[in-house]
Design a protein around this ligand. Structure first.
Ligand code: ATP
Ligand code: MG
Length: 300
């Protein structure tokens, strides 16, 4: 059994350890967090199709706060039953319609209300979004082009990111998306987001469609690159193993209308995924979360 992680200033002392995780006795409130807040939800509610027959409240009174940890960032994973509102939360942070704007409450990024999308937030989707008529290099440099970075400079940076993502500059840079495997396409999408160095990276099940081995490799790569980009990451996944491996912190959500019911601190990923994910302490944390989610799924 591992030792409890040191408590953040102001957090409650009634925490309990589950292997590599520490379960807080409640979701932290802004007053308990001493550092500036990079993302904060205050009583956020989202109702779709307001006033119509199909009106539906996806999330209700969602409250949480994420600290702005300088030169490091935090890796936040969000887990919960299907349809509980995970993507809704992520897209509210991104400022993407129709999730944005919220129907109630405040979504704050660096203390200011979110007003639409912005280059401080980068999004990676599950379905390998890329521009079919652009080469790998042109896809990776798309955001930089939008920022009017001169061609030579952005191509150089693009090639750097292609290499960092484990693609081959010589062979792959001039290929088109249809010439790539799913794993390669997702590397391109991630490179496009990371090249912009956003303060917040929003990832919605980015590895959900990959085979298990590619997925483990991508997890290791993401840990390595995240240390380099020093951003706050919001990562949605259905894989509890992935969340416990990648997350510094895990939020568990209830059924819809979703709300955050539990917050866990998790030991950082300091070994390769295939090694770490076999350890008893790792599995203890996974089983704890699995029991919670199973209970939620059987009590809709
Ligand atoms: N644009 C929309 N219009 C109407 N209802 C929506 C819309 N987007 C999402 N919903 C509904 O809101 C609820 C939450 O959706 P959301 O996509 O946030 O869930 P999720 O937790 O990401 O689910 P999954 O794990 O399956 O991806 C669902 O019931 C969904 O049908
Ligand atoms: Mg979703």
């Amino acid at each position: 059994m591992s030792q409890p992680l040191p408590a953040s200033p102001g957090t409650a002392s009634h925490e309990h350890v589950v292997g590599m995780g520490t379960v807080l006795d409640h979701v932290r409130t802004p007053r308990e967090v001493l550092r500036p807040h990079i993302v904060e939800f205050r009583n956020v509610t989202k109702t779709y199709n307001v006033g119509k027959a199909e009106e539906f409240t996806a999330i209700r009174d969602v409250n949480f706060v994420v600290e702005d940890i300088a030169d490091k960032g935090e890796f936040i994973c969000v887990l919960g039953p299907s349809g509980c509102g995970k993507s809704t939360i992520l897209r509210l942070i991104a400022g993407l319609e129709p999730q944005y704007p919220a129907t109630g409450g405040d979504v704050l990024v660096l203390g200011k209300p979110v007003i639409g999308s912005g280059s401080d937030r980068g999004m990676v989707f599950q379905d390998y979004t890329s521009f079919d008529h652009r080469t790998v290099l042109e896809n990776v440099t798309f955001g930089l082009e939008c920022l009017h970075m001169p061609r030579k400079q952005r191509d150089e940076l693009g090639r750097e990111w292609i290499q960092k993502m484990g693609l081959n500059v010589e062979n792959d840079a001039q290929k088109y998306p249809h010439e790539l495997s799913g794993g390669m396409r997702q590397r391109v999408a991630i490179a496009r987001t990371l090249a912009l160095k956003p303060r917040i990276i929003l990832m919605d099940e980015p590895f959900g469609a990959l085979d298990p081995l590619t997925r483990l490799n991508m997890q290791d790569l993401l840990v390595k690159l995240w240390k380099e980009v020093q951003a706050t990451v919001f990562f949605i996944t259905h894989s509890i193993e992935e969340a416990v491996f990648l997350g510094d912190r895990v939020y568990l959500m209830s059924n819809s209308p979703g709300t955050i019911t539990e917050e866990l601190k998790i030991e950082p990923a300091n070994r390769p995924a295939h090694e770490m994910q076999r350890q008893p302490e790792f599995l203890e944390a996974v089983y704890y979360i699995r029991d919670k989610i199973t209970k939620l799924e059987s009590n809709p």
